[in-house]
Design a protein around this ligand. Structure first.
Ligand code: SF4
Length: 294
């Protein structure tokens, strides 16, 4: 008799297995029928134990994502072999962020209070809620996206739509929970029709992002998507030219990777992102998944 799960647990299992499937890990369940909208594994959880033996070398995942470390700042246990960060800036002049100086005794609360009911740029006209940021104020890992979408605009929280759900899965695959990291955007109000933020909007809003990062002092920043990466790094290069490389930004290690919304359109790119996230895990001292046995 197949095991019975609550609908919410069943949904979580389905989401997690779909995520693994997109990474090319297929042993523990049957391929979906062509045209099938969803997937529910027929195999009992006991068959999960066979997974590690057949995972592809480069994208092997843990049999189950380990629980979040007791402390959100795990002690590093290993250094990446070739993690010499490089400074990337080819757009001429200094980055628009470089002139922003640290504010003594700054806090996230002060930054939010300073932002207030902001009307400093034209994005305020169409917004419902300012999406300030969310997560651990002492996180070692900060994810920075481009700007809020429709779901985020309604809820006032970053990455809560479909792309946000995928970001949550990515975080959990790293052995963390959303509450362990901090998530924010370059601009804090939704651009109309989800267009890219314009330079004047980025220039006006980005000092608040800078202050957030200066307060949080993360060890690693992960930039999600081309717009956020190119804006922050002051580069005109395509993200594929520096994705997955360790870069330096304001004295911190930064890695740019694909935006979860891009992964929803291009699931095979999840394997690239997973490689990037494993580099981040190594830098943060998080346990990497065991390699498969040949
Ligand atoms: S995007 Fe930033 S600067 Fe523009 S109105 Fe919103 S909070 Fe203010």
């Amino acid at each position: 008799m197949p095991p019975r799960f609550s609908p919410s647990l069943q949904q979580k299992i389905e989401d997690r297995l779909r995520f693994y499937e997109d990474l090319g890990i297929r042993l523990f369940y049957k391929d979906r029928e062509p045209g099938s909208a969803g997937f529910i594994p027929e195999a009992a959880p006991s068959t999960f134990s066979a997974t590690a033996a057949v995972l592809p070398e480069e994208i092997a995942l843990p049999k189950a994502a380990p629980k979040s470390a007791a402390t959100p700042r795990p002690a590093p246990t290993a250094k990446p072999a070739a993690a010499v960060p490089i400074v990337l800036s080819d757009a001429g002049g200094t980055s628009l962020f470089e002139s922003v100086e640290k504010i003594a005794d700054d806090t996230l609360l002060k930054i939010r209070e300073d932002l207030g009911d902001c009307t400093r740029c034209k994005l305020h006209k169409g917004r419902n809620k300012i999406v300030f940021g969310d997560g651990n104020p002492k996180a070692q890992l900060v994810f920075v996206g481009e700007g809020p979408g429709a779901d985020e605009d309604m809820q006032g929280l970053p990455f809560v739509g479909r792309a946000g759900k995928l970001l949550t899965q990515m975080i959990e695959a790293m052995g963390l929970q959303r509450g362990d990291v901090y998530i924010c955007n370059v601009v804090k109000c939704r651009p109309p029709d989800n267009r890219q933020p314009e330079p004047d909007e980025v220039t006006t809003c980005s000092p608040y992002l800078l202050r957030q990062i200066d307060v949080i002092q993360p060890k690693v920043i992960v930039c999600l998507g081309a717009t956020a990466a190119k804006t922050i790094l002051n580069t005109t290069r395509g993200i594929s030219q520096f994705r997955g490389e360790w870069l330096e930004w304001r004295g911190r290690k930064l890695m740019a990777t694909y935006h979860p919304a891009y992964l929803l359109r291009n699931p095979p790119a999840k394997a690239d992102v997973w490689k990037d996230l494993q580099k981040v895990m190594l830098e943060l001292g998080l346990p990497l998944p065991k390699k498969s046995k040949s």
